[in-house]
Design a binder for this molecule. Sequence first.
Ligand SMILES: Cc1cc2nc3c(=O)[nH]c(=O)nc-3n(C[C@H](O)[C@H](O)[C@H](O)COP(=O)(O)O)c2cc1C
Length: 250
Amino acid sequence: MLQLNVLGIAGSPRKGNSEYLLERAIDAAKSLLPPGSVCEIYSFKGKKFNPCLGCNHCVRNSGACIHDDDFEDLRNKWMDADVILYSLPVYHMGIPGQVKCFIDRLGNSAFGSHHVTLPDGTETLVKQFKIIGTIAQGIHIFSGQEHTITDIINHTLLMQSIPVTGDMWEAYIGAAGWTKNRIERDALQQLVREGDFAAFAAVRSAESLGRRAVETAGIVLNGLVSCKDRHTGDPLYRYIYERLADKTGT
Ligand SMILES: Cc1cc2nc3c(=O)[nH]c(=O)nc-3n(C[C@H](O)[C@H](O)[C@H](O)COP(=O)(O)O)c2cc1C
């Protein structure tokens, strides 16, 4: 089995409910990881992500951004990962602004560093084949969890990657929860201690999402290795096969 790099991204500016569910997902993912795999949790807490200025410096300069902030560090971790699990608080019915700043810049920066020119002259982003799952939780019910997950599914597709969900019935398009009007950073943990059904469902959905992401990465990456001959010479696949060569030593 190929070793996997798993990156969990906690998108809240505080260590709270997002990180709690992410830890549950990562623990579940770890139970299925092949030996030698690596797991890391990255938190937005204390980090600075400026908004994209649309200057296209990154497009012309191999992905380098003119801002001097925390973008490059997370970008490099993102590019090195095989599995990415986002755990986000719902902000104003969608993803938090700091996460949007990262994603906007990631798309153009990745194009700058990993685009190919097709025979007809079209410039396009290479296939990335990252397996990406999303956890979203908010203070209320029906208050933006699905929109938040959908934002990340769209981001996943744009990044030429593969979105996953968890197991039914708890995870339709990702994992989700609500804190029953509680604002505390440990609200979900309190609810779990109190035996709250919805909080258990949030934890279970995060866990099955973590497992599904690792299972899918194994299937996709090992499948790519066995289909290598079919894609030899296709520039869109060059990057993923270079990454796989690093893993397989071939
Ligand atoms: C600026 C802001 C906007 C928010 N908007 C929503 C919202 O639209 N829907 C919702 O359910 N919760 C909303 N919340 C509440 C958070 O999603 C909720 O408290 C969550 O548990 C915080 O996660 P954390 O503990 O990981 O920071 C908002 C919180 C803030 C600070």
